[in-house]
Design a protein around this ligand. Structure first.
Ligand SMILES: NC(=O)C1=CN([C@@H]2O[C@H](COP(=O)(O)OP(=O)(O)OC[C@H]3O[C@@H](n4cnc5c(N)ncnc54)[C@H](O)[C@@H]3O)[C@@H](O)[C@H]2O)C=CC1
Ligand SMILES: NCC(=O)COP(=O)(O)O
Length: 342
């Protein structure tokens, strides 16, 4: 029997002024990488070379004309390389925000999104980008996920999943100022974020994921004396979820005080937590495993993953970046990409 086809997974170098090129060089220097996917790296040749130099590795690649040529390659033992001309070396100041860097990231990601829409690739794993640079470089949305959703024509609920091994989180609000967060809370958004992560975990192979819904105010609002969002919005959303027709016990529970729910999830009681805002989930996930955290862009028609950490400008160019989260993001992209081929 012929071996199962490998998913075509596109990798990008991320923000040129950050640690992304170094991370991708470390990732691709692992010989086992090409056993998980038919890999195609998309980037500027000078930047790829710089990343390898910083990481202290050299990785042989096969030049291909475009992303459409990758699936049919005979030899997948080396990553394919699609060269782009998105930025000049003279326009990059390592460790500094730059509009040219943000524009370059958008150009490369759009190329990958076009390839995904054309069916030429099965998943994308991107190295960290810098949202400030991207906004300077032309991003019109609060973050890249909103850009992806518009580009791919998504009409349903989408949000980042932050994952650490078997523990996943979804969000009601994301890259918005903290003072605006309360205005994002609604029964509809909470039920959609809960169902989205439930179905994503089921699709990833978990038969009966249990989902906890976090509260919003300190101590879950202390019976309404410290904020009413739990009573007015979150508890009714959980009740609406529980009232639906589930094959066995309803998989949704809450709201729970946000400062302790991660302890229960860590003990295995829940596999997912719906968080109300970015740092409610991310502080916990990053404390539990900074070097393994992965962000999955949830609700999109193709899998897109990235490490949970960012561009780390303070250590860019120093050869000190830990590539484990990038490796985990790559493995998730490979798994999700492979499941689309079945
Ligand atoms: N995957 C992505 O595209 C992500 C991008 N970002 C973006 O990154 C930019 C900077 O974000 P920050 O909040 O400063 O977080 P950051 O994760 O870039 O840096 C926070 C601290 O963690 C350290 N760190 C991060 N990654 C590391 C690694 N692989 N190895 C060793 N140390 C590491 C940094 O040196 C720094 O001290 C922002 O524009 C943000 O939007 C943030 C998270 C994810
Ligand atoms: N660029 C991806 C990104 O910023 C996701 O990180 P986070 O919002 O999950 O912290």
């Amino acid at each position: 029997m012929p071996p199962a086809p490998l998913p075509v997974v596109a990798l990008t170098l991320g923000d040129p002024a950050g640690i992304g090129p170094e991370l991708m060089a470390r990732l691709l220097s692992r010989p086992e990488a090409t056993r998980h996917a038919n890999i195609v790296l998309v980037g500027d040749p000078w930047l790829w070379q710089q990343g390898q130099t910083i990481a202290g590795v050299q990785v042989a690649t096969d030049a291909v004309d475009g992303l459409a040529a990758v699936r049919a390659r005979a030899d997948r033992q080396r990553p394919a390389f699609v060269a782009v001309d998105s930025i000049a070396a003279a326009d990059v100041r390592q460790g500094q925000v730059g509009a040219a860097g943000g524009q370059s990231v958008l150009q490369v990601l759009n190329l990958c999104l076009d390839a995904a829409l054309a069916g030429a690739i099965d998943a994308i794993c991107f190295a960290p980008l810098n949202k400030q640079a991207m906004k300077l470089g032309g991003l019109r949305h609060e973050d890249e996920l909103h850009h992806f959703a518009e580009y791919l024509g998504v009409s349903g609920y989408f949000c980042e999943f932050n994952t650490l091994g078997e523990l996943w989180t979804s969000r009601i609000s994301s890259h918005v100022p903290l003072r605006d967060v309360a205005s994002y809370l609604s029964r509809e958004r909470i039920t959609q974020a809960a169902e989205l992560i439930y179905h994503a975990l089921r699709a990833s192979g978990m038969a009966h994921p249990k989902v906890a819904i976090a509260g919003f105010n300190p101590h879950n609002g202390d019976g309404g004396t410290c904020g009413r969002e739990e009573i007015d919005i979150i508890a009714p959303a959980v009740a609406a979820l529980q009232a639906r027709d589930w094959p066995s016990e309803a998989p949704f529970h809450g709201p729970f005080p946000a400062d302790t729910i991660f302890l229960k999830a860590q003990a295995g009681e829940y596999q997912a937590i719906v968080t109300m805002y970015h740092d409610q989930g991310q502080i916990a996930i990053k404390l539990l495993g900074f070097s393994r955290g992965v962000t999955v862009q949830g609700g999109l028609p193709i899998p897109i993953t990235t490490p949970a950490h960012g561009t780390a400008y303070d250590i860019a160019g120093q050869g000190r970046a830990n590539a484990e989260a990038t490796w985990q993001a790559f493995l998730i992209a490979c798994r999700m990409g492979a499941s689309r081929l079945k």
